[in-house]
Design a protein around this ligand. Structure first.
Ligand SMILES: CC(=O)[C@@H](O)[C@H](O)COP(=O)(O)O
Ligand SMILES: NCC(=O)COP(=O)(O)O
Length: 242
């Protein structure tokens, strides 16, 4: 079954908004694991708008499920943090400094050698590497030549078009996922996944290793409660026999 990695960025956003330690990011991560999360994802951005580097170090001490750190490997500070913390997985995302959020995958053709060199650093440290990729066959093929263990499909386009025509929305993702499988790449997915669009994605791409979900899940938790919400998302991924 596809694993659920809960992205806790937005819990840190709420905490930072008042300057104290409420909500307690570390406690909520531990509780997320207790409520059924298969992993925790954080994305410490250079401006530390939500997850701080200090949070990452504290989380490493207490997490018992998979720890996934996302970020921009163009920042030496990020590379140093990941090598210090040694999470199970690092997900390399080509974000610029001033982006509101992540909004594109790597050009794995133009940046192939750079990705090869960077991925080697993390793999030599025993860290699984995933790289953020648009649902583009050429980019998936380029990813396979970088030595990455996995790709993470950027699912904003799928989410945006899901309501209008889910078959059309998933088509490029299914094609990219089949190519990844054929090339022996592990497969993650994330960005804008939610309770309406998650089940269909998992049904159509059952070899999906992991989804990382944050924004919508934390918003849903405001209505349904954190424990119930994590269980709701996990049930969307239980598609065996469906
Ligand atoms: C890479 C990706 O799509 C998300 O994991 C990203 O971490 C979201 O970042 P924000 O929470 O800062 O929007
Ligand atoms: N990699 C995607 C992620 O971790 C969370 O993205 P979102 O659910 O906050 O859009």
């Amino acid at each position: 079954m596809t694993k659920l990695s809960v992205n806790i960025n937005k819990i840190a956003t709420l905490r930072n908004s008042r300057g104290g330690n409420n909500p307690n990011v570390v406690k909520m991560a531990i509780d997320a694991e207790r409520f059924g999360a298969d992993g925790i994802t954080v994305h410490p951005r250079p401006d530390e708008r939500h997850i701080r580097y200090a949070d990452v170090r504290e989380l490493k001490k207490v997490l018992t499920t998979e720890f996934n750190i996302e970020g921009n490997c163009r920042e030496q500070k990020f590379i140093d943090l990941v090598l210090e913390v040694k999470p199970h997985q690092v997900t390399l995302v080509p974000d610029a400094l001033n982006q509101l959020t992540s909004d594109h995958g790597w050009d794995t053709i133009t940046h192939k050698q750079y990705l090869r060199d960077t991925i080697r650093i993390f793999k030599d440290a025993g860290i699984r590497v995933s790289i953020f990729v648009d649902p583009d066959i050429r980019m998936v093929e380029g990813a396979a030549e970088t030595g990455t263990d996995r790709i993470e499909l950027y699912t904003e386009g799928y989410a945006r078009h899901y309501a209008a025509n889910r078959e059309k929305a998933i088509a490029p993702y299914l094609e990219a996922a089949k190519k990844a499988k054929a090339l022996g790449l592990g497969l993650n997915a994330g960005h804008d996944l939610d309770l309406t669009n998650l089940r269909y994605l998992a049904q159509q791409i059952p070899w999906l290793d992991e989804v990382s979900i944050g924004h919508a899940l934390i918003c849903d938790a405001l209505y349904y409660g954190f424990e119930n919400t994590i269980q709701l998302y996990k049930r969307q991924l239980n598609v065996s026999g469906s």
